[in-house]
Design a protein around this ligand. Structure first.
Ligand code: ZN
Ligand code: ZN
Length: 300
């Protein structure tokens, strides 16, 4: 077995963790292989070709539409593809991605060009849409449950194999990089999705950008820590509200309220940060932490 293909335990030999290139760091991601079902295709073209030579991949479950999880779709043209109905339109229309990242006609478009071309994205035809709580029979021993966990994208799904209690959480990725900067992201849904996962019986987990974590208790602690990243951002944004002057999201532009440092994709990071701050504003309004005054918002 190649070193990028691993078992979770000796007990469940038909479930493999597939480690993505650069240890699953963007622009790559990790995958899960269960019999002839592959979850996500962003491990890198080189590794995916290798995997294809060793295992038949007849079915592909996509956790969501993002390019770092779907860039290998074009190499699996003989497989059947599945994705949640909320993300189906985008994976069938990859030219809409920029619009959904909020970067159409912005300086970030140019910044992304070389990287974007390297993905070689193509539209993917979806065989059937996935639905929440659906159980997919895989081989003789595996029952793979689809868990709709929206927030990161509207159709983001996690997957839980019920016999082994092994789960793949995709971009509820248990890193500090909690991302909800899509036009289709929703922060309230994101937190509810984390709560949904906290209530499941999971023994082992892998995510799109983090390797295997074992133990129900450890997994719960990681999920709580992950949620606390969002709460720290809530606090940082609220504590930057002036006492009396009404304020708008645009007033927080480029102030590093979410990203401590901007990366080489600075123009993009600033846009993503603004979109995420907007999602916090939406949540604050709903929870009556802020209210409209004149053209802006003040603390309630
Ligand atoms: Zn993603
Ligand atoms: Zn990702």
């Amino acid at each position: 077995m190649d070193n990028f293909v691993e078992h979770f335990t000796d007990e469940f030999k038909k479930i493999y963790f597939i480690r993505g290139a650069r240890n699953g760091k963007y622009p790559y991601s990790h995958s899960l292989l269960i019999e002839d079902y592959l979850i996500d295709t962003g491990i890198s073209s080189r590794l995916l070709r290798k995997l294809k030579r060793q295992f038949p991949i007849n079915n592909v479950l996509l956790s969501h539409w993002h390019e770092d999880h779907t860039s290998g779709n074009r190499l699996l043209s003989n497989s059947k593809f599945f994705i949640h109905s909320n993300d189906k339109f985008l994976i069938e229309n990859v030219d809409k991605f920029y619009e959904y990242y909020g970067i159409s006609n912005s300086p970030a478009e140019e910044e992304f060009e070389w990287l974007w071309e390297s993905f070689k994205l193509e539209n993917t035809k979806i065989e059937k849409a996935l639905t929440d709580n659906e159980i997919i029979k895989v081989g003789h021993d595996c029952d793979l449950k689809v868990i709709h966990t929206p927030g990161h994208t509207a159709g983001h799904c996690s997957f839980l194999e019920l016999n082994s209690k092994i789960a793949f959480l995709a971009d509820i990725d248990l890193t500090n990089f909690v991302f909800y900067a899509g036009i289709d992201s929703n922060l309230i849904d994101f937190e509810e999705s984390i709560d949904k996962l906290l209530n499941l019986d999971i023994e082992m987990v892998a995510t799109g950008h983090r390797g295997i974590i074992k133990g129900g208790k450890e997994i719960k602690e990681e999920l709580i820590k992950y949620k606390s990243v969002i709460h720290k951002r809530d606090e940082r944004i609220l504590s930057n509200f002036p006492e009396t002057k009404p304020i708008l999201v645009i007033d927080f532009k480029g102030k590093n309220l979410i990203y401590k440092y901007y990366s080489e994709f600075k123009n993009y990071d600033i846009i993503a940060e603004m979109i995420m701050i907007q999602k916090h504003f939406d949540k604050f309004i709903k929870n009556k932490l802020i209210e409209r005054e004149g053209k802006g918002f003040i603390l309630s």
